[in-house]
Design a protein around this ligand. Structure first.
Ligand code: FAD
Length: 497
């Protein structure tokens, strides 16, 4: 099809729909018309509260003021995720957005520490050199205005995703997006090409367009129900297939990190917001019934519930093609990876950015579609492998679930990454991996892999100098923490309380 793209129709008004509308309209302006159709009677999935640092860049591009976002979405600061009971019951570790030590060309900081631990009796851990960790455990936060990258403290937010979607709606409508309320009951296709021509609403109106963004959630109204695109199922690697979410009353003190607590057949999230806590239990129905899973969650709420449980079913995997004909699936319609590393909203963001890079204004062609699909597939697979790592490298022997995920075969690229780190202490990134070396390092060590070797550069420093260097870096990282306000004080100041 070589028709120019004059009008984009976004189907769905959840986080994916409004984020797509806001960003496309903000960047493309009057060059395209944009109409978003959403159905209040169908509603949204209603979960999704933790984010990762690139969301701050997105908000900047959208021209959002950070204090407004924090205030209006009841956000708190997220410096890290604490994984509890994942390696063994009763222990925990952090995956922070920071990185330990300082960076050196050719040789990561952890090699120096490994040498000191293996040969010189050093007992500190990588987290003692990580400002995000040190601030998180003290419950402190402020935006650091620093020039030396050693004091960088990357952060993201926990927020109420439905409030964020409302916020985005304002941005999109101000930029000229048109919202149509209505339930889509039928879809029409061009007879020859099979391209989508329009969606018919219950009131009889047909909304037509040149390019359709399918943000209709798990149902995949256009990409699957209409175009039958197919799904690549990854549940043999990530077998959890259900979640139950229950909001509960807020804590007196809000933690600046997410808690991820492993249970016998899955894990539980605890996400602190200003006005409540988000809680949910992700589990595998082959190993645990819905009743048992609900009981586990209720027994592990540490504040009073505020609503009835929301039961959600999913299948881990991705659409065979994210872009098929003139439909691009963004959000839950494009695939699903469980929220262990809070990547779904990020996948929405990167899908729209990818579309903007490749926007087919002169008409859709195969090369642009296949480039988009190849990039999307790789991104999904890289995140998938990082999530599998958390499950696979465990030492729990208290349930069949944990034994089975430990013994399963994993994707070849992940197997190689694990072996490379275990045998050599080396990490590698490829093709714009979302999770950089510091993330892999923390999760591999946290899950119990101790590298057998370190880089030769770590030997180039005399022993006493190495111990002094470590002490100095610890001090540089620890000194600022005491000066920071508490996380609650920071939020109160931003929100004007
Ligand atoms: P939905 O929210 O389901 O929206 C679908 C939209 O399509 C709605 O507006 C609906 O009205 C509309 N629609 C559907 N059918 C029709 C029709 N026939 N006619 C008209 N309109 C229609 N992400 C994170 O980043 N961090 C997290 O911590 C996180 N936690 C999660 C926990 C769980 C258990 C789950 C399942 C997801 C989580 N996510 C998280 C993902 C996040 O919730 C979603 O990525 C995000 O909400 C986007 O959803 P969506 O907009 O694709 O779909």
């Amino acid at each position: 099809m070589n028709d120019t793209i004059k009008k984009v129709v976004v189907v769905g008004g959840g986080t994916a729909g409004w984020l797509s509308a806001a960003l496309l309209k903000k960047v493309l302006g009057q060059t395209v018309e944009l109409e978003l159709v959403e159905s209040e009677s169908i509603g949204t999935v209603g979960v999704g509260e933790a984010t990762i640092p690139p969301i701050r860049m997105l908000n900047n591009v959208l021209g959002l003021n950070e204090a407004d976002v924090i205030r209006e979405t009841k956000a708190t600061i997220k410096l890290a995720i604490k994984f509890e009971n994942w390696r063994v019951k009763g222990e925990g570790y952090f995956h922070t957005f920071g990185s330990p030590g300082r960076s050196y060309a050719f040789c990561h900081f952890h090699h120096f520490l490994n040498r000191a631990r293996q040969q010189l009796g050093e007992s500190s851990s990588i987290w003692d050199y990580d400002l995000n960790y040190l601030s998180a455990i003290e419950g402190r936060f402020a935006k650091m205005d620093v020039t030396d990258p050693i004091l960088d403290m990357p952060f993201a937010y926990h927020f109420d995703a439905s409030l964020y979607a409302k916020f985005l709606r304002k941005v999109a409508e101000q930029a000229g997006a048109v919202r149509t309320e209505g339930t889509i009951v039928d879809v029409t296709q061009h007879p020859g090409s099979g391209y989508i021509q329009g969606v018919r609403l219950a009131n009889g109106r047909e909304v037509t367009g040149d390019l359709f963004i399918d943000c209709s959630g798990f149902r995949g109204l256009l990409i699957q129900q209409q175009l039958n695109t197919g799904y690549i199922d990854w549940s043999h690697w990530l077998p959890c297939d259900r979640a139950i979410a229950i909001p509960s009353e807020r804590h007196e003190h809000t933690l600046p990190y997410t808690r991820s607590i492993a249970h016998t057949a899955g894990w539980q999230w605890r996400i602190p917001l200003q006005h409540r806590n988000g809680n949910g239990h992700v589990y595998c129905s082959n190993y645990m019934s819905d009743d048992e899973a609900l009981a586990v969650l209720k027994n592990n709420l540490d504040t009073a519930p505020l609503a009835d449980p929301n039961f959600i079913k999913f299948k881990t995997g991705r659409r065979r093609k994210q872009w098929n004909k003139n439909v691009i699936a963004i959000g839950l319609s494009s695939g699903f990876l469980e929220p262990l590393e809070s990547t779904s909203i990020h996948l929405i963001q990167s899908a729209i950015v990818r579309l903007l890079h490749l926007f087919p204004h002169q008409g859709i062609n195969d090369s642009i579609m296949s480039e988009y699909n190849a990039q999307s597939a790789l991104e999904f697979e890289q995140i998938r492998d990082f999530i599998i790592l958390h499950y696979h490298v465990n030492e729990r022997d208290d349930s069949q679930f944990w034994r089975d995920v430990r013994n399963m075969d994993v994707p070849e690229r992940l197997r190689h990454k694990i072996d490379l780190f275990r045998q050599n202490g080396r990490l590698f990134n490829e093709h714009n991996d979302l999770f950089l070396d510091a993330s892999w390092l923390q999760v591999m060590q946290g899950q119990g892999i101790t590298p057998q070797d370190y880089h030769p550069m770590a030997k180039s420093i005399p022993q006493d100098k190495l111990i002094d260097m470590l002490k100095t870096i610890r001090k540089i990282k620890q000194d600022p923490v005491a000066q920071l306000p508490t996380h609650d004080e920071f939020l109160a100041k931003v929100c004007g309380n």
